[in-house]
Ligand binder design. Structure first.
Ligand code: OAD
Length: 244
């Protein structure tokens, strides 16, 4: 696919870019997209039945086994060219804010700074009772406990039915309200409130770009809609920016 000249012109004129990524950006690193089937032991489980406070209270051991499996999986993969292209892009425009729905930390491992983790981070541990982040837990326990209150620890990710961390929400809203170009990359644009960020950007005058493997509910609302792999299209975008 060739990158539309209009998109290159918009990028060159842009003063503030905002990027929202989803699990499609990590797919080429080998991290299954959120709605793809789980593998092996976890095929029998729907993430919606594991990633909830109720599931955790019902069976904290099971939920910790799942998250340990996800942590090991992510530890064994590397950022892909799509992650690295976003780091390069940040150096080619005056300002770029990266908001991710992913909890895998791969943007940071690729070198992205100040990433807004809209759904938290897989490797963070928080007290289930107090909500605070706990860094000195004994993770060898089947269900680690808070060093402060002794309550159960939980992974620091946003579960279904839970709110987005207030700081992430505020930071994302500020980035969206001030941007002139908004990218939605590797996300099905189905899960709110993240799915509403593109519309908020458009309403304040930003141009909307989607880079995604499949068509989404956002696709028909964009100024530029590039259907394909982010690990291919993002490096191609960088190459075109550099040469033309
Ligand atoms: P989904 O699995 O819903 O969507 C992933 C999107 O990435 C799909 O539209 C695919 O077409 C696309 N895709 C797959 N491989 C790609 C590739 N190589 N290049 C580009 N696009 C590709 O994942 P998300 O949209 O991220 O929330 O899901 C959003 C949220 O739903 C997740 O963060 C999670 C879930 O509920 C929480 O965990 C709170």
């Amino acid at each position: 696919m060739t990158i539309p000249k209009g998109l290159l012109d918009a990028l060159r004129a842009s003063q503030r870019v905002c990027v929202l990524t989803g699990s499609g950006v990590s797919a080429e690193s080998g991290v299954p997209a959120f709605r793809e089937a789980q593998t092996g032991l976890w095929e029998q489980y729907d993430p919606h039945e594991l990633a909830t406070p109720e599931a955790f209270q019902r069976d904290p051991q099971l939920v910790w086994r799942w998250y340990r499996w996800r942590r090991e999986l992510v530890d064994g993969v590397e950022p892909n060219p799509g992650h690295h292209a976003l780091v390069t892009l940040a150096g080619l425009v005056p300002e770029l804010t990266l908001i991710t729905q992913n909890v895998d930390g791969l943007h940071q491992r690729a070198g992205s700074d100040d990433v807004i983790e809209f759904h938290g981070n897989l490797f963070q541990n928080r007290c289930f009772v107090e909500g605070c982040v706990v860094d000195d837990a004994d993770l060898s326990l089947e269900v680690p406990v808070c060093s402060g209150c002794g309550g159960m620890l939980r992974p620091g990710v946003v579960w279904f039915g839970e709110s987005i961390p207030e700081s992430a929400m505020n930071d994302a809203a500020a980035a969206v309200s001030g941007c002139d170009l908004f990218f939605s990359i590797g996300t099905s644009a189905l899960v709110w409130p993240a799915a509403g960020l593109a519309d908020a950007a458009r309403q304040q005058g930003a141009s909307i770009v989607e880079i995604n493997l499949d068509v989404t509910p956002l696709s028909s609302e964009t100024n530029f809609c590039l259907q394909g792999k982010s690990g291919t299209l993002l490096p191609e975008l960088i190459d075109c920016l550099a040469v033309q």
